[in-house]
Design a protein around this ligand. Structure first.
Ligand code: CAO
Length: 473
């Protein structure tokens, strides 16, 4: 049996190429024109085809290896007897891609007829399902395969049903343009029924790798079943190409917060409504408490008062003090009022829970808020102190801002966002009066809380903060 060594062709002006994919293994049988190695230069991807049909007996390069000259041996093939034929146009396929022209070229008719049926079918279907490729030099590969598009159209339906294939909003195929993947990845994607246009590439310059396809399938299998489309992945970007960057490990709290926020964002149909509470009198009262606070060693900030007002509003609007049961048939009505308080710490966001808010005095709440916030900032909260909340308050009042849409802290069903109070002109029926207005935003889970429920809660809260004597009623 004769052997043949396939070598790096003319690099077409490229100074260096990298071996980015070896879609064959020793022992594989390859047909004429099957891709053996994929090389990549700065501008183009080059598929090096088998110039003879036969069996792979040695692979002489490794993925990631850089090559800077023509003639480097790539693969050794034991040529099968009946296949001792030359490639249809090997020099065309390699030189065309390596030359990296930007203009598509016609595929000669003799090339089409020389391809084995198996090869032409594979290529044609590949292009029907997932169009090529971004690199300038890939134009030739696209064009040569594109010649079989008609065949592709008739053969594509025999391929496995793809996991998903969402059309672009404009009705144009999302595959137009930038799918950057080699033949082995395309082959794998076809076998698994994955549309490459939906997979994010993590290889160099966003190239799709086999791991990306496997990861995509794994993600789809683990994703909760729903009627909607999949959440598209966000591609990793090499930010280093734009400026200096540094990769920093997330804190444990940061990772937990990210997971919780994502879960809530995906599961909860959020609605947020806004109102302003007139806290002019409340602020006057709060300021008057300062000397007493100093004597007690406690500080009466707005938060303890908002906590108390929320407890009263929750008691009269119990819909916001529920949790959905996972069976979809029940909800849990809570008969206690524990309220979580988002605390900003150097390690991230934590939410200690103030228990039985409805049973505590404002001074008790002020002392507890200060203690929990200190413990949170010192990293000394116990797990118990962060469990059991019915509702959460996120106050950015001391930081600033006119309003925001907080994310419900599931399995709770509502959260109150508090922004910075501002003096605003308010019409009192005769004239504009300067009033201290506190912006409030209430996000809720619309699966269980209706707009009316939330509206009643918010209206009561605004009334309570507008006249805190109502807390006694
Ligand atoms: N409008 C105007 N001023 C406000 C205010 C508001 N809504 N809320 C508080 N303030 C002022 C207070 O009047 C007080 O000032 P004085 O000392 O002059 O009275 C000062 O801010 C107190 O601020 P504080 O932060 O020490 O205390 P707090 O009780 O308002 O808040 C806590 C406690 C733990 C909620 C807060 O420190 C905190 O961590 N907030 C951030 C929460 C957060 O990150 N939320 C986002 C979560 S989602 O990413």
């Amino acid at each position: 049996m004769a052997t043949e060594i396939i070598k790096v062709p003319d690099l077409g002006g490229a100074e260096e190429v990298e071996v980015i994919e070896i879609p064959i293994a020793v022992g594989d049988t390859v047909a004429l024109d099957d891709t053996l190695v994929v090389l990549e230069s700065d501008k183009a991807t080059m598929e090096i085809p088998a110039s003879k049909a036969g069996k792979i007996i040695a692979i002489l390069v490794t993925e990631g290896q850089r090559i800077d000259k023509e003639g480097v041996p790539l693969v050794e093939i034991e040529v099968s007897g009946e296949a001792e034929q030359t490639a249809s146009v090997p020099e065309e396929k390699t030189s065309a891609v390596s030359a990296a022209p930007t203009k598509p070229t016609e595929t000669p008719a003799h090339k089409k007829s020389a391809a084995t049926p198996a090869a032409s079918e594979t290529d044609a279907v590949a292009d029907a399902g997932a169009e090529d490729v971004p690199g300038d030099g890939d134009q030739d590969r696209i064009t040569s395969r594109g010649a079989d598009q008609k065949t592709a159209a008739t053969k594509a339906p025999t391929q496995p049903q793809s996991v998903d294939a969402p059309p672009a909003a404009n009705g144009k195929s999302l595959a137009d343009g930038d799918i950057y993947a080699g033949p082995a990845v395309r082959q794998l994607a076809r076998e698994l029924g994955v549309e490459l246009r939906n997979v994010s590439g993590t290889g160099p310059r966003g190239r799709l790798l086999k791991d990306d396809v496997h990861g995509f399938v794994k993600q789809r299998i683990n994703a909760p079943q729903s009627g909607g489309a999949a959440v598209p992945g966000v591609p990793d970007i090499d930010f280093g190409q734009f400026g200096e960057v540094e990769q920093v490990a997330m804190t444990k709290i940061g990772k937990l917060t990210a997971a919780n926020m994502h879960r809530s964002w995906l599961n909860v149909p959020h609605v947020t409504q806004f109102d302003d509470a007139d806290i002019t009198e409340l602020e006057a009262f709060r300021q008057s408490l300062k000397p007493e606070g100093e004597a007690r060693g406690a500080k009466m900030t707005p938060v303890p008062i908002i906590l108390k007002a929320c407890a009263v509003a929750l008691a009269s609007n119990p819909v916001l003090n529920r949790a959905l049961h996972s069976d979809g048939e029940h909800y849990m009505q809570k008969h206690y009022i524990h309220i979580g308080l988002a605390v900003d710490t150097p390690r991230g966001l934590v939410v200690p829970v103030v228990r039985d808010v409805n049973k505590k005095t404002l001074w008790q709440l002020a002392a507890e808020v200060a203690e929990l916030a200190d413990k949170a900032r010192d990293g000394k909260l116990t797990v118990n102190e962060m469990q059991g909340g019915c509702f959460t308050i996120s106050s950015l009042g001391a930081i600033g801002g006119k309003g925001f849409t907080p994310i419900v802290n599931t399995p709770e069903v509502a959260i109150l966002g508090v922004s910075k109070a501002h003096i605003k002109p308010l019409w009192n029926g005769r004239e504009f009066e300067p009033r201290n207005m506190l912006p409030l935003s209430l996000s809720y889970d619309h699966r269980i809380v209706n707009g009316g429920d939330a509206g009643r809660f918010m209206t009561e809260l605004v009334a309570l903060l507008g006249d805190i004597r109502r807390l006694l009623l």
